[in-house]
Design a protein around this ligand. Structure first.
Ligand code: AMP
Length: 288
């Protein structure tokens, strides 16, 4: 399965991706995590990305696409992957399509996770992460008084708040999302890949919702189309009519249109007759 999770910052893409990794046994590819790791290691790429990230802007497409190209070449993605935070604009989406087409492995599903803005801001303010394993927590859903440490790592490292999870940057990130990333819903909608879920409420329930849409007929059809050998229609997909068949369809349509025309004419003749009768009746009444 090759999946894209779309959604605003704070919509839960990271949290749900981590859960899908467990359920589906395919890796999560988060461009945000890859970039943060590059920044933390002080690599040349990290230095280039740092300022844009701190300002809540998108990092240069060239940098992100280079990173994705490298990641998609690793062996663990052979069975599929969950893209989290990528693509973020149309240029990236087109480049991804081209990359996947080249290796003959197109996307199977795109899920848009919708959350109202007020809830997004609250979630981002409460978000804390583990720098060791990348697990994401939220102080609002943790037990009151629980220590802010990672319970998944053996040495319980302290959780940290991402530097770009501050109020000023969040406003910019939401603006960037609306202007550049949301249009991807239309892009994938046209490809017949998009499914939208309400990503508010219980985290477990959202995971089940996601699993449900990923096994829905839309996702299954997209997978079948991806698997179909060139030239052959996928199971369940409509075959293109041959030229002769097309001519037959056109003849049928013309015949139907002709009949419809007759029907309209019949109706208008009938209407005229009724009108004639009515006026004759009125004349007779006047004479009386
Ligand atoms: P995220 O962890 O997905 O919220 O990403 C954090 C930040 O990394 C974003 O605000 C961007 O500055 C940068 N970033 C992550 N993914 C991308 C991407 N696909 N394209 C450009 N910038 C990105």
């Amino acid at each position: 399965m090759r999946i894209v999770l779309l959604g605003a910052p704070g919509s839960g893409k990271g949290t749900q991706s981590q859960r899908l990794v467990q359920r589906l046994g395919i890796p999560q590819i988060s461009t945000g995590d890859l970039l943060r790791s590059a920044v933390a290691r002080g690599t040349a790429l990290g230095l280039k990305a740092r300022d844009a990230m701190a300002a809540g802007k998108l990092v240069d497409d060239g940098i992100v696409l280079g990173m994705i190209r490298e990641r998609l070449a690793e062996p663990d993605v052979a069975r599929g992957f969950i893209l989290d935070g990528f693509p973020r604009n149309i240029v990236q989406a087109e480049a991804l399509d081209a990359m996947l087409k080249q290796i003959g492995k197109p996307l199977g599903a795109v899920v848009l996770m919708e959350v109202p803005n007020a809830e997004l801001v609250r979630r981002i303010a409460g978000r804390r992460s583990c720098q060791t394993c990348g697990s994401v927590y939220n102080i609002y859903s943790m037990p009151v008084g629980a220590p802010l440490v990672c319970t998944r790592c053996a040495d319980s490292p302290p959780l940290y708040q991402r530097p770009d999870d501050n109020e000023a940057t969040v406003v910019e990130r939401l603006k960037v999302y609306e202007a550049q990333t949301r249009p991807l819903a239309g892009y994938y909608g046209k490809q017949g890949l998009l499914q939208t879920i309400d990503a508010t409420g219980d985290v477990d329930a959202i995971t089940e919702l996601l699993i449900g849409v990923l096994s829905s007929p839309v996702a299954a059809r997209a997978r079948a189309v991806a698997k179909a050998p060139a030239g052959k229609p996928a199971p369940g997909a409509k075959a293109k009519p041959k030229v002769k068949a097309k001519a037959k369809i056109a003849r049928k349509a013309a015949k139907k249109a002709g009949k419809a025309g007759h029907a309209v004419r019949h109706r208008s003749v009938a209407k005229k007759k009724v009108a004639k009768k009515k006026s004759a009746g009125k004349k007779a009444a006047r004479k009386k």
